[in-house]
Design a protein around this ligand. Structure first.
Ligand code: SAM
Length: 267
């Protein structure tokens, strides 16, 4: 499959998928059935849109590049379950999207890598009522998203996304599967959104501030990195950590999501 003479823009993260097997694998991983609605982020020339529309009840494909809109409209003119929306996904009005009666909402896409984090965190923070998010991201970012505690990949991104969703990597995709070839390898991750959050909405701000401060200097012990948090001195921080069964000498990357949640309630 070629890009049919379309001149891709690097600034829009346009690395189009050309590998039919990978396209089918992403559509399958997206987990949508005939009753479901799927919002596709960045349809490009529509290769994934096509595969998704064969499985889902409805596909809403949100594309920013105005040059692609007429191409997509022509390609899907006879596919009445595909709606093309010309919009920046970061400004997309999610409140207008809801699944059909008896169906679920899913989100999928081969993401423009330059805005991976704002796209994912934006969707999760807005509490879009989606069941899952299936996305192609840079491999290195995928490794951080799914990382368990204890390693170098585990950090603010892992904890932030894992707070909202169970994250798993389903596929590594080499650069050869794209046209043009990106400089990095890629992976597909699936985020299965949790139905219930561990914290009340008014507690979440403190949780995210705590995680950010803990990792600001990840080589420091927690008693040092958290000292000054919400005006609390080192001794007070140590006392709170000990009270919660956390050795103040531990470092940010050793704490589990559950320990951060517990600590943010107590600190
Ligand atoms: N889905 C296609 C594929 O797999 O071949 C294209 C994927 S390409 C990596 C990313 C797509 O996202 C491009 O079509 C690009 O124009 C689009 N895009 C970039 N920034 C966007 C934004 N802010 N909102 C919506 N789409 C965007």
């Amino acid at each position: 499959m070629s890009n049919k003479g379309f001149k891709t823009k690097k600034s829009l993260g346009q690395n189009f998928l050309k590998d039919e097997i990978v396209i089918e694998q992403i559509a399958q991983a997206a987990g949508c059935g005939p009753m479901d609605t799927v919002v596709e982020i960045g349809p490009g020339l529509g290769v994934l849109t096509d595969a998704l529309s064969e499985r889902a009840g409805k596909v809403i494909a949100v594309e920013l590049d105005d040059r692609l809109i007429p191409i997509l409209n022509t390609r899907f003119a006879l596919r009445d379950n595909v709606e093309i929306v010309h919009e920046d996904i970061l400004k997309f009005d999610w409140s207008g999207v809801s699944p059909e009666e008896g169906g679920d909402l899913h989100i999928a896409g081969n993401l423009p890598y330059y805005i991976t984090t704002p796209i994912l965190l934006g969707i999760l923070e807005k509490k879009v009522p989606a069941k899952s998010i299936t996305v192609m991201v840079q491999k290195e970012v995928a490794d951080r998203i799914v990382a368990p505690p204890g390693g170098k990949d585990y950090g603010v991104l892992s904890i932030s996304l894992q707070y909202y969703a169970k994250a798993r990597k389903v596929l590594d995709v080499p650069a050869e599967c794209f046209d043009p070839k990106p400089k990095v390898d890629s992976s597909v991750v699936v985020l299965d959104l949790k139905e219930e959050r561990a914290l009340a909405p008014d507690e979440e701000g403190k949780f995210f501030r705590l995680v950010k401060q803990a990792f600001m200097q990840r080589r420091k012990t927690l008693s040092n990195s958290l000292s000054g948090f919400d005006g609390k001195g080192k001794e007070e921080i140590e006392e709170i950590l000990l009270r919660n069964g956390i050795d103040p000498k531990r470092r940010a990357e050793t704490l589990s999501l559950e320990e951060y949640i517990q600590l943010s309630k107590e600190i």
